[in-house]
Design a protein around this ligand. Sequence first.
Ligand code: GTQ
Length: 348
Amino acid sequence: MSLTEKPATSAEREAYYSKIAPLHYGALWNVLSGLITPTPRSSAQPYRWDFDEARALLMEAGELITAKEAERRVLILENPGMPGESRITTSLYAGLQLVLPGEIAPCHRHSQSALRFVMEGSGATTSVNGERTLMERGDFVITPPWAWHDHGNESEEPMIWMDGLDIPLVSMFDASFAESFKGGETQPITRPTGDSLARYGANLLPVDYERQGPVSPIFNYPYNRSREALEQMRRQEEWDPCHGLKMRYINPVDGGSAMPTISPFIQLLPKGFKSETYRSTDATVFTAVEGSGTSTVGDQVFNWTAKDVFVVPSWCPVTHHATDEAVLFSFSDRTAQQKLGLWREARG
Ligand code: GTQ
């Protein structure tokens, strides 16, 4: 008996297994090595989605169905190792959402947390908790669990962003609730645009602020601010061998992840940077904001330029090579794993 080997079978044992299965029992010794593996064994595969291809398919979807009829007009990024399961990693969902000029994606809320990372367009809006935010390329926007949210596009251009949600995690817990807003397609706006960033995003908090829950009270982290931080910090030339210069998006109330189930990151790789090998138990979704490079993920080599998306499964070795100076946005379930005492990484 061992953790890695399955015991031999026999006619007698087979008869026993046939007897117990209909009674809803199973013999652990036949499945143990697949349940408790010495290292993570993921069904997820490394994959890269080309943005030009995705954009063309999204525009085609734009002719097929309206945002209103679809509720959300999104192309799900399906991990090739888990087709049809609406997962990009085992625990997370990602998709590319298109809102055409004049459209509204109607107001609803659900238990799942969502992040948006703006790929294309300028000036479309998302409203959360009575505040509307304007979305620009590279902005990272949060929809907290159970918060009403609707999207609109009053600009002249199509708006495309990447959605990242904890749908598979919530399904695993059987904890999904959802409802449509009954008061119209959009929620009433009760706070001025920029209010949450002013209140919570200036290294200040209202003096008697009491935390409302596990999610950051900031819901748009504008790219110009994140980029500026990277630009200032690069002068120190302290490049991490695995990550270049990598920052976490935080909840300013406690310094933890901006979202309770998803950890978002942004990193700068200087031109010519070649990372050391890295792996971690949090499968990670990357998209390039600027620049170009090559990432080797397991035995796959992905060339990427701005807006392409690629996924690194759990414990799969990854190296990045920036052929031009590059900025990568990424997200994973790291914060959830850390809270559960599961997260591990290995460098080199
Ligand atoms: O924008 O509310 O990609 O509810 C999937 C489910 C986006 C959204 C998705 C959603 C949304």
